[in-house]
Every structure is written in structure tokens, then in C-alpha cells.
Write a protein that binds this ligand. Structure first.
Ligand code: FE2
Length: 303
């Protein structure tokens, strides 16, 4: 793919559907480097001293409020799959097969992932999508481990990565082929035009995190664009299987999900999120900028 940004066909698909699949966005050589680096990270992180934090996004799950999670904004940390533990709480998988995700600052702390995030390609795509000052605010490797890789229920990314107005867009690179069997993404096409952001994840005064309903007057990504808000999941989910090396762009309002991975194969992907740096960033958001601020794609030289 060239670095001239999105074509008009790609942009019209994006505007219509709220997501876009770009095959072969990175070369297979780069994919292999990133896969090798991921394997190294998984094999080398120490279990000793790890708080064994598991990752889920459910409303009642308090553990995403712990310090290991909350202070991962400028670190490379490892979050476990729930299914990697027995009912007695013992790890029943080798550690490299037990991690749900690695986050949230690969784009600053891992030279290889930084190199593939802060690229002219990503900058030019962000510009095509309308960003004036695209800021990379977090990054993660999601492992979706064989047999235990948890489902991610229907959600909108701007709930977790809120700006006013909502501006988050996910850049999601497949490091392995994603299929219906290993838990590929699925989307409700067009839902970004009618599904409002209703709540957001904030730091609670008593510690930890919780969901807070958006207040009257806060932008929800639909109202301020003159759209008509609707309830429910619309016409339903459409599967989006992709080959490794593909880039999937995900609008912060679009409803998407992925099923549990019951297959014998992993489904490794690398994703980072971009927000508009010109909008004020709320100090109650769970994720706070590191010292020096978020990483600006505008700092990348366009080749
Ligand atoms: Fe998501």
C-alpha cells in the first residue's frame, strides 16, 4: 500500500460502514518481526511479582481498576485470560498461552512496535480520516489464546477512550489470520451513524474505575452530527475475517465484537487508538497521558 492515505472508494466504505479492512497494509516481513517480538515478550515476562491481573471489560469487573492496569499508560504490562486459571485460582496454562493482552504503551516502549505505529502510512490514514492532530493514546497486543481466548462483547471503543466530542479510531493490525473459528471481529455496519456513546469509563474518587453515564450536553458522536439515535444492534453483526498483514480501521462509535476462540490456533493482533489532540482531554478518563503527552503522528515525517 502507498502512503497517500485512503482512496475515495475506501473513504466512502468507511463513511457508510464505520469500519474498513485494508489487506496487505504491512508486509509479511514486518508481520514476522512483530510476531517474533510478541513471542519474545510472552516468553520473557517474569511471573514472579506479577499481580496476576485478568482483563475483562464487564461492568461489574473491579479488577480493571487496580493499579497494575491504571498505571499501564507508559508501560508494557501483561494481563491474563480469565480462562487460564482453575476454579481454585491456579494458572493452568503456560504463561505464554495465558495472556489475554499486553498493553498499553508498546508504541513508546517497544522499539519494533513504535516503529510500526509512528509511520507515514498511519499518519496519512489519520489525515484522510479527518484528524488534525492525531494522537496515539494507547497500544496493545491482543493474543486471543487458543481454546481460552475470551469473547469481547458488543461495545464501542469511545466508551473506553472518551473525548468530547468522541474522536477515537482504532488501528487494528492482524499479525495472524483471523477467522470465524479463532474469533475474528464482527461489526454492525453503519452503527457509528446511529449508536450514541452513552457512558464512559472513568477513574472513581474512591479508587478504581467505573462507568459513568454521559451527561446532558456531552457529545455522543451522533447527536452533534445531526444523526438520528437508535437503540439495539440494528441489522446485526457482519463477520470481518482478515489475513495477517491487514489493517482494520474501527470507528469509535461502531458496534463491534468478537467471539471466544475455541480453536487450536491463536489470534494475535496489534492495535492502537488515535484521538484528536485538539480536543480537551478529560482528567477523569481511566487512561491518562504519560509525561510529555500522547504520541503525535504529526511528528512523523511524511515521506
Ligand atoms: Fe473494540
Amino acid at each position: 500500500m502507498t502512503i497517500t492515505g485512503l482512496t475515495s472508494e475506501q473513504l466512502s466504505f468507511w463513511e457508510e460502514n464505520g469500519y474498513l479492512i485494508i489487506p496487505d497494509a504491512i508486509s509479511q516481513e514486518v508481520v514476522k518481526e512483530l510476531v517474533d517480538e510478541t513471542a519474545k515478550l510472552l516468553n520473557e515476562f517474569p511471573l514472579e511479582g506479577h499481580p496476576m491481573t485478568k482483563f475483562t471489560t464487564g461492568d461489574g469487573d473491579k479488577h480493571i481498576g487496580d493499579d497494575y492496569f491504571l498505571n499501564s499508560n507508559d508501560k508494557v504490562r501483561f494481563f491474563f485470560e480469565k480462562g487460564a486459571f482453575s476454579s481454585a485460582g491456579e494458572l493452568i496454562k503456560p504463561k505464554a498461552k495465558a495472556i489475554n493482552k499486553i498493553g498499553h504503551a508498546l508504541h513508546t516502549n517497544s522499539p519494533l512496535f513504535a516503529k510500526m505505529t509512528m509511520t507515514p502510512l498511519n499518519r496519512s490514514i489519520a489525515k484522510s480520516l479527518g484528524f488534525r492532530d492525531p494522537n496515539v493514546m494507547q497500544s496493545m497486543i491482543i493474543c486471543k489464546q487458543p481454546e481460552i481466548g475470551g469473547a469481547v462483547l458488543s461495545h464501542q471503543d469511545s466508551t473506553f477512550l472518551y473525548t468530547d466530542p468522541p474522536s477515537a479510531i482504532g488501528f487494528w493490525y492482524a499479525l495472524e489470520d483471523t477467522t470465524p473459528e479463532n474469533g475474528c471481529l464482527s461489526f454492525v455496519p453503519g452503527s457509528h451513524k446511529w449508536a450514541p456513546i452513552k457512558k464512559r469509563l472513568v477513574r472513581l474518587p474512591e479508587g478504581g474505575t467505573g462507568f459513568e453515564d454521559l451527561k446532558e450536553g456531552q457529545a455522543n458522536g451522533v447527536r452533534e452530527k445531526g444523526g438520528v439515535e437508535r437503540e439495539g444492534e440494528g441489522d446485526g453483526f457482519v463477520l470481518g475475517p482478515v489475513k495477517k498483514g491487514s489493517l482494520v480501521l474501527i470507528h469509535g462509535n461502531v458496534l463491534h465484537q468478537s467471539e471466544k476462540n475455541l480453536s487450536p490456533n491463536s489470534r494475535w493482533i496489534y492495535t492502537f487508538h488515535v484521538i484528536e489532540g485538539e480536543y480537551p482531554y478529560d482528567e477523569r478518563n481511566w487512561l491518562q497521558p504519560p509525561e510529555g503527552g500522547f504520541s503525535r503522528l504529526n511528528d512523523v515525517e511524511l515521506a
